[in-house]
Design a protein around this ligand. Structure first.
Ligand SMILES: [Zn+2]
Length: 477
């Protein structure tokens, strides 16, 4: 495993203007939302902290192509960014980093070590996907970056250990484990009498591998918080354990009728969590031994999880997924000719079944047969093929998984299990109320999700300032 270069311990990070800010009397801090809409897209937030310019996350929109998938880069003045902070390695948080770093030769690029190790192959994979699609001449897909630029970018990344305070000019910052995926962290920044905490994506409950967030609860001036599940109430009597036993029961039923199961899953995080959960079901005799297929990228990311198992706090620390569970590899080349195996689980990306990915291609074949099942285990954008399939199934209509195919009838079983890596909205609300910030900035959610949080906070803490930052608007924090 190639390691990320750590940020030197003792040294204060030198800034492009020597760390001397224009004024020490009145710190003014502003946030500009560079995401192009209030949605879960290309997450990116510019923080102007007196004379400094910091960027929180550099995402790529999961459903869009070309420049439209980037954050609004017109608001990032060339050569003026002091630091990029990356919360975690999902592409909607790190996918545009090579592009955003392009005109920022002096910016420090900071993240936890697992985030850097996982983001490296993910960005190379994204470069491959763009290259392939551009070669096919598909709907004006533009290559946003290539392999050489990813490699150049990775060389400048510096890793920061969790919970260790570091200096950036006159500011101090710290990463705290967020419980979302391996390496994911919230980021605290402090200086000149102001404090800010950015949650990134967070989970306040244990998953099968990831442990719940270890966030500080001390008061901050501004809390920038994700709201992914704001529109989804926690199911009554929800527990992850109960949801996993419901899943085990459904898996058994599919196997008994000689069907196969597709679980669309993000290659990073969801795949490793789900395969570990399946392994635990087998060990508890809840389901029979079964082959589990994963794709090539998932394989590489799983190997990284195994390699880091001793170094980062998680549950099942002794489990080495590849060695102990023995998943089978299913590549893009093989999927067309692969014969579905009854009693097998296909844990394939993408999680939202984006056109031409393994999960989309396999789903097209599974829809036709009643004995098969498609089980969703995470968040799906309602406009994605996965979101459309869930809606069409609920409405009893046909679904268009790929525009080239037209609508298909749904004969297989379709179900959804609450195994999300995002915190329940109730847990996030509790965290907001316990931190009691002066100002809450709601991000990373669809409009209905954002509004639920605003309504709840205003109702409970009328004096707390709540902002849903409009794209491009400069919000004082
Ligand atoms: Zn994420």
């Amino acid at each position: 495993m190639r390691r990320l270069e750590p940020l030197a311990h003792s040294r204060k990070l030198v800034l492009r203007h020597g760390g001397h800010k224009q004024s020490h009397r009145h710190e003014t801090v502003h946030l500009i939302n560079l995401t192009r809409a209030n949605e879960i897209g290309a997450n990116c937030y510019l923080i102007e902290w007196d004379g400094l310019k910091l960027v929180l996350d550099a995402g790529l929109h999961p459903r869009l192509d070309g420049p439209a998938a980037l954050p609004d880069t017109s608001l990032l003045p060339p050569g003026e960014i002091d630091a990029f902070f990356v919360s975690h390695a999902h592409l909607d948080h790190v996918g545009s980093l090579p592009v955003l770093m392009r005109n920022q030769p002096e910016a420090h690029v900071l993240m936890t070590e697992p985030t850097g190790l996982l983001a490296d192959p993910l960005l190379h994979n994204a470069a491959n996907v763009m290259h392939k699609r551009a070669e096919e001449g598909r709907d004006a897909v533009v290559r946003l970056f290539g392999h050489a630029e990813v490699s150049q970018s990775v060389k400048r990344w510096r890793s920061c250990p969790l919970e260790r305070e570091r200096a950036l000019g006159d500011l101090r910052f710290q990463f705290f484990a967020s419980g979302h995926i391996l390496g994911a962290a919230g980021i605290r920044i402090e200086g000149g009498g102001s404090t800010l905490f950015y949650t990134g994506d967070v989970n306040f409950r244990d998953q099968t591998l990831s442990r719940k967030a270890a966030f500080p609860h001390d008061r901050v001036d501004a809390l920038i918080v994700e709201t992914t599940r704001g529109a989804a109430p926690a199911p009554p009597d929800f527990s992850r354990k109960a949801e996993l036993s419901r899943l085990a029961e459904k898996i058994r039923a599919v196997f008994e009728r000689k069907g196969a199961i597709l679980m669309p899953a993000f290659a990073l995080g969801k795949t490793q969590e789900a395969i570990s959960a399946i392994h635990a079901m087998i060990r508890r005799d809840e389901i029979p031994e079964c082959p589990v297929f994963i794709g090539g990228l998932s394989w590489r990311l799983t190997a990284l999880h195994d390699g880091l198992a001793d170094e980062y706090p998680r549950d099942l620390p002794k489990l080495r997924i590849i060695e102990h569970i023995g998943p089978r590899l299913l590549t893009g080349r093989e999927i067309g000719s692969h014969r579905l195996i009854p009693g097998a689980i296909y844990l394939l990306s993408s999680g939202m079944m984006i056109e031409r990915t393994l999960s989309n291609l396999l789903a097209q074949r599974m829809l036709a047969e009643e004995r098969h099942a498609i089980f969703f285990i995470g968040y799906c954008d309602p406009a994605s093929p996965a979101g459309r399939l869930r809606a069409a199934h609920a409405d009893g209509t046909r679904v268009e998984l790929d525009p080239r195919l037209g609508p298909q009838p749904i004969h297989c079983e379709v179900d959804h299990f609450e195994l999300t890596a995002h915190a329940l909205r109730e847990d996030i609300l509790e965290y907001i109320l316990s931190v009691d910030p002066k100002h809450v900035v709601l991000v990373h959610g669809d409009p209905a999700a954002l509004e639920w949080f605003r309504g709840e906070i205003v109702g409970r803490r009328p004096t707390m300032r709540v902002t849903i930052p409009a794209p491009g608007a400069r919000v004082p924090l």
